[in-house]
Design a binder for this molecule. Structure first.
Ligand code: PEP
Ligand code: MN
Length: 344
């Protein structure tokens, strides 16, 4: 990481970038208020340190100790944020994404979208391509599902979060989605991470159920290294010896991630508990722990859901959840991002 002097010229910055590229390495610029920082990414054994001794505009050279670079707070100390159709992800306001596990029908997604909007949600989630444990389970409506999501966005103004499961699916999903979701089972699908990095759309990257925080950050680094800086990380529960809930919410991961990376962090209390009864409590805990947002499964009739009905909350419970999360947000010096009601 090269920290340029406050008064250095653009020409000097360009020269340093040029030299880094000539070594076959990538240069990532981070323009701070006082300093420009140039991150060198790649096989840094190729760096000829002596060269930099002769550049006037360089203040200092700091090795980044973490294996991930662009994702690290060492490289970008300030929390990053990006717009999600009018709301800021990673800003002061807590962002709430909600919707069914899967898009099941036109009427189901339209009804849910309306309920999410009215309760104060900021984005609509729903899978059109579903990563199911069994090949015999419902696999999603595919492009038809994406069309219904787009129609729901049209009607409500809520941006769409939906999953792509393979690199080949990325262009199609990106055509409809506002946020590309990468599921837990695909966190280390490196070809998919490359494709998401090239898509230039916000990405919601879910932590693998057996992945460490560092592995999650390395996965994010794949996306970031393509120049896509709009990445949010999602804690969705990990596998432990405990069987009383589907997964164990690693609440620790939230402050750990907030410390180690500048990327926004969201919590999925639905998959992390697997039981609608615990969703609100864990949503509160996530915001208290410092999460920037939530992604929650909401279904108008959970008992009829084709997938994850047992962990889906009704629109009424979702509304209560938001009220409670609102109180917690205020207790920790934040607020809920402005509602989109009336803005469609
Ligand atoms: C989902 O969001 O519906 C999903 C399949 O999540 P995960 O990848 O975390 O299991
Ligand atoms: Mn689900």
């Amino acid at each position: 990481m090269i920290v340029m002097k406050g008064e250095c010229s653009q020409k000097e910055i360009n020269e340093v970038v040029e030299v880094i590229k000539n070594w076959g390495l990538d240069a990532h610029l981070s323009q701070g208020e006082e300093h420009t920082v140039i991150g060198i990414v790649g096989d840094t054994r190729k760096v000829q340190r002596e060269y930099f001794l002769h550049v006037q505009g360089i203040e200092r050279i700091i090795p980044i100790s973490r294996p991930y670079k662009i994702a690290s707070r060492e490289f970008i100390p300030q929390s990053s944020s990006f717009p999600l159709d009018g709301v800021e992800m990673g800003g002061e306001g807590v962002v709430i994404m909600a919707g069914p596990c899967a898009v099941e029908s036109r009427s189901q997604i339209m009804e849910t979208a309306q309920a999410v909007l009215e309760a104060g949600g900021h984005a609509l989630r729903g899978g059109a391509f579903k990563p199911r444990t069994s090949p015999y389970s419902f696999q999603g409506l595919g492009e038809e599902g994406l069309e219904y999501l787009a129609e729901a966005r049209e009607k409500t103004g809520l941006p769409i979060v939906t999953e792509a499961m393979s690199p080949e699916q990325v262009p199609l999903v990106a055509k409809y989605a506002d946020v590309l979701q990468i599921g837990a089972r695909n966190m280390q699908n490196f070809a998919l991470l490359h494709a998401a990095g090239e898509a230039m759309k916000p990405v919601l990257l879910k932590r693998g159920m057996s992945a460490t925080v560092e592995e999650l950050l390395m996965a994010a680094e794949y996306i970031l290294s393509h120049g896509n800086r709009q990445v949010m990380l999602c804690e969705r529960g990990i596998r432990t010896f405990e069987t009383s809930t589907r997964n164990t919410t690693d609440i620790n991961a939230i402050p750990v991630l907030k410390e180690q990376t500048h990327l926004p962090v969201v919590l999925d209390p639905s998959h992390s508990t697997g039981n609608w009864r615990y969703v609100t409590a864990i949503a509160r805990a996530g915001i208290a722990a410092g999460a920037d947002g939530l992604i929650v499964e909401v279904h108008p009739r959970p008992q009829e859901a084709v997938s994850d009905g047992g962990q889906s909350i009704t629109p009424e419970r979702f509304q209560e959840m938001i009220q409670q999360v609102c109180m917690i947000s205020e207790a920790v010096g934040r607020s809920i991002a402005p509602s989109k009601v009336g803005k469609a």
